[in-house]
Design a protein around this ligand. Structure first.
Ligand code: EPZ
Length: 420
């Protein structure tokens, strides 16, 4: 199992390009199931989850042609089954995103019920309830979701009890081919939902209100092909900007989306970082200073994103002062804390709140990645720790960060991948 070996103490400095957003690419690849015409998706990140989604589409009989720049052309006209098997779904719960498109376009789908994951139970009840409201017949048996509809789904007014990103995305996709109008209320406003909606509009869907909490979709008979580039990854961008703040360095992230990180940039300024933005770049310059601790409370967009919580726990662990971090989205998203305690961090978790007392320094140690964003926070801690840190189970990192050692290495980090 690969490991990352990092020697801390280097002030990062340089420029790095943001990759395409994993959490926009996954629903957009699922959306290709809504048309039988050729469709090209560009700027895909080279990540394990993307490969898994392409494998899933291929396993259904879709033609998948990937070029060296990670643009992919999909041909869904050859689809010969609408099943997402357990073997694939268990490795990537975002496979649930094929459910809405398959039912809406082909009238049936069998998708293995995604289990929980390290960060929480991750139910999909809101996805299923929404599809039922649109007329789908849903049976859950033997670990599978078996969904079907005679004819077309019907437009419906759906109120989400909780803001759900993939729940909004699943029903947004299903509604594009439904008969009549669908209104999604208390919908997710994440930029990745907006990117999906823009891709669907490029395919001929009639959607308004995306980016607000009420999305209106007027169903059409069919969607056509398109060429669509995925938006830049705001969480990868934020992770590199925190790397600058935690090491006292200066990092510029290019080809990124400046508007989608307001909550994160404002918190970075609170740590004392100098933040400057251009048309498609963001720079953080810490000017050699130690960051000041900040309080974080995660919530749906546009509030502070849960996917940046672990990174700020790492920053607070070496900051001046005490930071309070409250995780409101997932029930078990502090697993990075136990690993950081091994590096000498002073963190106390009670329920969904972590109190982080900044230390003057951390000490390198062997640690283990537990989930995608937690593992990124271990990289950040290792970059600023004294001595060497070896991070195990880094397949978690490879799911969400493209070429992480090359990118951090280009900023001066002493980081290498140990194959074994
Ligand atoms: C998406 O997960 C992202 N994944 C997650 O990123 C992200 O952390 C999360 O949104 C929150 O922003 C993708 O987009 C592929 P939710 P998702 O449905 O859609 C509850 C990463 O690191 N809920 O918005 O699965 C749920 O338990 C990943 O890239 C229900 O109760 O999250 C949670 O408490 C991790 N019933 C809350 O809603 C449902 O049917 C928000 O979950 C659905 C969700």
């Amino acid at each position: 199992m690969d490991k990352l070996l990092i020697t801390g103490g280097v002030r990062l400095n340089g420029v790095v390009r943001a990759s395409g957003a994993k959490n926009a690419a996954l629903p957009i690849l699922a959306a290709t199931l809504l048309t039988k015409e050729l469709i090209t998706i560009k700027n895909l990140p080279h990540l394990h989850d993307i490969t898994t989604m392409l494998e899933l589409l291929g396993s259904m009989g879709c033609g998948v042609v990937v070029d060296e720049k990670m643009s992919v052309q999909l041909d869904v006209s050859t689809l010969n089954n609408s099943e997402a098997p357990y073997e694939l779904v268990k490795t990537m719960r975002a496979s649930i995103l094929v459910l809405g498109p398959l039912v809406s376009h082909f009238g049936k789908a069998i998708v293995s019920l995604p289990g929980g994951c390290a960060i929480g139970s991750r139910p999909v009840d809101l996805h299923l309830r929404g599809l039922e409201a649109m007329g789908a017949n849903i049976v859950v048996e033997g670990g599978d979701i078996i969904a079907s509809v005679d004819g077309r789904l019907k437009g419906a007014r759906i109120f989400f009890d909780k803001v759900t990103v993939t729940g909004t995305e699943n029903l947004l996709m299903a509604a594009t081919l439904a008969d009549g109008q669908t209104i999604l209320e208390n919908a997710a406003r994440e930029p990745e939902v907006v990117d999906l909606a823009e891709c669907l509009i490029a395919m001929g869907a009639k959607i308004t209100g995306h980016g607000t909490d009420t999305i209106v979709i007027d169903g059409v008979e069919a969607l056509h092909g398109a060429t669509y580039p995925v938006m830049p990854d705001r969480i990868e961008t934020g992770t590199f900007l925190v790397a600058a703040a935690i090491t006292g360095g200066k990092v510029k992230v290019t080809d990124t989306d400046v508007k989608s990180l307001e909550a994160v940039l404002s918190k970075l300024e609170e740590t004392g970082a100098k933040v400057t933005c251009g048309e498609d770049w963001i720079e953080v310059d810490m000017e050699g200073r130690r960051p000041k601790a900040v309080n974080i409370s995660t919530a749906p967009y546009p509030a502070f994103p849960t996917d940046m919580q672990a990174q700020f726990v790492a920053l607070n662990s070496v900051a001046e002062g005490v930071g309070r971090v409250i995780e409101n989205i997932f029930e078990n998203r502090f697993m990075h804390v136990d690993e950081m305690l091994r590096m000498g961090a002073d963190i106390e978790v009670t329920g969904n709140t972590a109190i982080v007392r900044g230390c003057n320094s951390l000490k390198g140690a062997p640690v283990m990645a537990t989930d995608l964003r937690a593992s990124a926070s271990l990289v950040l801690s290792a970059l600023v720790a004294n001595g060497d840190t070896k991070i195990d189970r880094i397949y978690h990192i490879d799911r969400g960060y493209e070429c992480i050692e090359e990118k951090f290495g280009s900023l001066g980090a002493k980081i290498s991948r140990v194959l074994n």
